[in-house]
Design a protein around this ligand. Structure first.
Ligand code: FMN
Length: 204
């Protein structure tokens, strides 16, 4: 599948085949491909909860009452870290290596990141959601390229999900992505209209 086919083939599938799973190795391949997504300072301020068990799905369904949650073999809770620019983020260790071990230079860069993203709640949220949103899109395309269908969802009680899965207040639930395979006994609606260049681009 080339990239154009991946873009054209990905659909939000409403109907998951409950008899077809996504085996653990394949899920790992999807995520390990998707993490090539870009992020600010390469900080990767994200994490994922893979909800696979019946009990986990029921807990999630209480706060995201969509049948897909119960039907799909796995649903990913995509989580953004609003304070992922802080020095405790382990990706800074890699940055330090790239900087030849220059701790002063690293501290300067960390200060710059904190100044950009840590100065208001709005900035913190943008930081978490923009980066984790790109990961989410990357997951859906990676899945499609590896033969797995997906469905993104934001119809949920975000705070309810955060608390149910014991995420700290500096974490924000960005969206859910169910993964699996289309139940072929159902037909998807045709691809809906997309606004194109002439409608959405303003040249200045
Ligand atoms: C961030 C986001 C949130 C969404 N939330 C829901 C949702 O809660 N429930 C749902 O049925 N579909 C949801 N969708 C799926 C969209 O309705 C779907 O992507 C859109 O209609 C375009 O269809 P396509 O993905 O098949 O091209 C969501 C999609 C995105 C990207």
């Amino acid at each position: 599948m080339n990239l154009k086919e991946v873009y054209e083939g990905r659909r939000a599938i409403n109907f998951f085949d409950t008899n077809k799973g996504v085996e653990a190795g394949l899920l790992k391949d999807i995520i390990n491909l998707a993490v090539l997504a870009p992020s600010a300072f390469n900080l990767q301020p994200w994490e994922i909860i893979a909800v696979k068990s019946k009990e986990g799905k029921e807990r999630l369904h209480k706060f995201a009452a969509q049948p897909k949650i119960l039907e799909a073999p796995v649903t990913l809770i995509i989580v953004g870290n609003k304070t992922g620019y802080e020095a405790s983020n382990p990706t800074w260790n890699d940055m330090l290596k790239l900087m030849g071990g220059d701790k002063e230079k690293l501290a300067g860069t960390q200060g710059m990141a904190a100044g950009l993203y840590g100065t208001s709640n709005e900035n913190k949220l943008k930081f978490a959601e923009s980066n984790a949103g790109l990961l989410a899109m990357s997951i859906m395309y990676a899945a499609k390229s590896l033969g797995v269908d997906s469905h993104a969802m934001s119809g949920m009680d975000f705070e309810g999900v955060r608390k149910e899965f014991e995420l700290d207040e500096n974490k924000t639930v960005v969206m859910l992505i169910s993964l699996g395979h289309l139940d072929e006994s159902n037909t998807l609606y045709p691809r809906a209209y997309r606004r194109g260049y002439d409608e959405i681009v303003k040249e200045v």
